[in-house]
Ligand binder design. Structure first.
Ligand code: NDP
Length: 234
């Protein structure tokens, strides 16, 4: 069964891997992008998730092309790392506005159609840092931990309508986001990973497509770590 899938921030990194994984399963996949061009094989809709009117327009475009969104993956995210003592308030706000409130904006818009259809799947991309914490990432960890409370509350709100909401918490994954980290820092992080390496974006995508699959029909409000064992015990 082909479904209408929307992945935010799906033009590169983890989001692109997720979009490709759904495409390979035969779904009709749209991705949001902000700059550049989206991959040719995907429907790209320009959208900054910090702008409510752009979110509305993106959903209208996707609905016109693919029908109401049946699977939403809230993946768009940024980092603005720095120690709290030196963190400008704008960096805290920007990360919360994109990572947490961006998910609020798209999930709210997607919920409308899913409630009407009495089915749907929402997957929020959080982070292993949400539960374990990380020095220099108070803003990012707060936003990603916020997604857990947000997602679990939404899971309870939407369960009577047969809509599941789950949270995927990736560990260090090889993308542009982590390419910016110094090699020494990457080595330190990988040293804490029982499987001894970073994830490939496709490995995150597999967890997401599973949560959106019929096989995951009884899973909601779950936080699934995909982190090589790094956050065990959190
Ligand atoms: P990238 O930096 O490679 O990609 C980020 C994506 O988010 C891009 O498509 C970017 O669009 C999009 N994006 C950022 N801000 C906005 C915005 N305001 N509106 C719309 N789109 C936006 O990151 P990753 O692929 O590594 O990360 C994807 C998700 O996974 C993020 O939520 C991240 O926090 C999370 N994550 C990543 C980990 C990692 O180690 N890489 C670990 C744990 C979680 P554009 O190209 O236009 O900038």
């Amino acid at each position: 069964m082909s479904r209408s899938v929307l992945v935010t921030g799906g033009n590169r990194g983890i989001g692109l891997a997720i979009a490709k994984a759904f495409t390979a399963r035969g779904d009709r996949v749209a991705v949001t992008y902000r700059s550049g061009e989206p991959p040719a094989e995907l429907l790209g809709v320009r959208c900054d998730v910090t702008r409510t009117e752009e979110v509305e327009r993106a959903f209208e475009e996707v609905e016109a092309a693919h029908g109401p969104v049946e699977v939403l993956v809230a993946n768009a995210g940024i980092t603005r790392d720095g120690l709290l003592m030196r963190m400008p308030e704008e960096d805290f706000d920007a990360v919360l506005d994109t990572n947490l409130k961006g998910a609020f904006r798209v999930a709210k818009r997607a919920s409308r159609g899913m409630m009407r259809a009495r089915r749907g799947r929402i997957v929020l991309i959080s982070s292993a840092v949400a539960l374990a914490g990380e020095a220099g990432q108070t803003n990012y960890a707060a936003s990603k931990a916020g997604l857990v409370g947000f997602g679990r509350s939404l899971a309870k709100e939407l369960a009577p309508r047969n809509v599941t909401v789950n949270i995927v918490a990736p560990g260090l994954t090889s993308t542009d986001m982590t390419a910016a980290l110094p090699e020494e820092r990457i080595r330190q992080i990988v040293d804490q990973v029982p499987l001894g390496r970073a994830a490939e974006p496709q490995e995150i995508a597999h967890a997401v497509t599973f949560l959106a699959s019929p096989e995951a029909s009884y899973i909601t409000g779950a936080v699934i770590p995909v982190d090589g064992g790094a956050s065990m015990g959190h």
